[in-house]
Design a protein around this ligand. Sequence first.
Ligand code: PLP
Length: 362
Amino acid sequence: MSRTTVATIHLGALRHNLARLKQLAAPARVMAVVKADAYGHGLERVARALDGEAEAFAVAALGDGLRLRAAGHRQRIVVLSGPDNAHDIAEMQRLQLEATIHHEAQLQWLVQAAPTRGRLRVWLKIDSGMHRLGFAPERVAAVHAQLQAMAGIDPEIGLLTHFSDSEVFDGEQTPAQIARFTEATGLFVGPRSLSNSAAVLGWPAARGDWVRSGGLLYGLSVVDGRSGADFGFRPAMTLSTQLIAINRIGKGERIGYNGTWTCPEDMPVGVAAVGYGDGYPRSAAAGTPVLIGEQRVPLIGRVSMDLITLDLRTAPAAKIGDRVVLWGAGLPVETIAAQAGTISYDLTCGMTRRVLFVEDES
Ligand SMILES: *Cc1c(COP(=O)(O)O)cnc(C)c1O
């Protein structure tokens, strides 16, 4: 294996995770959320792996829908935040992408674009309390009527909302959002979609007709202190590199930039070829584990652009050339994210261009 940092994408894990999601979400159907280059796993790669099983994809923007159609995918594709202008509407029709309508400005564009070729499928987005995208509940009836009156729009209008706190399983925000959504949409027919990954786990009352799941598809959890594996999901990414140096450093010597860590005794210090230039978080604290074989080894000192330093006292057999796993099976990315003050999604989305992506069937 080369010195390069390698992100191995496990196609079998992706398929397992989609099957597990379907099982948990049933009878609701699953939209596989593949925005942000499939949370950093590679849009085309993930879509190809799931093609036979995914009923629908969800993307953030039109460009990703275009990439999926160009790759030959025929599933339903929901654009979660578009259209972004009147021109997008014709493009969405051409590509048979489904539009999320969340703002008055988009209603104007719909009127301007007056879709006629076939019927544009739309999802009406309701702001039930996240206060990011969506119509206020009191506007929903009027907007729904306006959409229904437009000739180029499929009369079966989807109803969609998004939760701000669904990973807090005993919180009050999600029940309040469910109640607001239910009240605002009660009179309408049409498919409902409320849940993201965490809501699939924690809020069965919000299942609706379609769940929109990204994180769990990749085996990623945002539930505090729990990894995807704790819920029966498998990590779809292993990030690994190589041990390129082992040095004996004396007691009292400082390690790395600014000497943030001092050796308590004479000890072996390993150097692995990964850093924030690859997307490994600079904020990872001393003590953040890596895996060498089966052994967890703590990071010491600052993460630099190309390198990290490791306390090898617990891995005396480690040798130059050994694989070092930064996250993956046996070392949940959630653990690294917690050490770095962020969430797992942020880490997998952050792989840089010098990381070599490979796939395997596991
Ligand atoms: C990203 C996103 C999702 C998926 O969230 P996960 O936590 O990854 O499952 C669902 N719906 C919307 C609107 C989103 O932006």
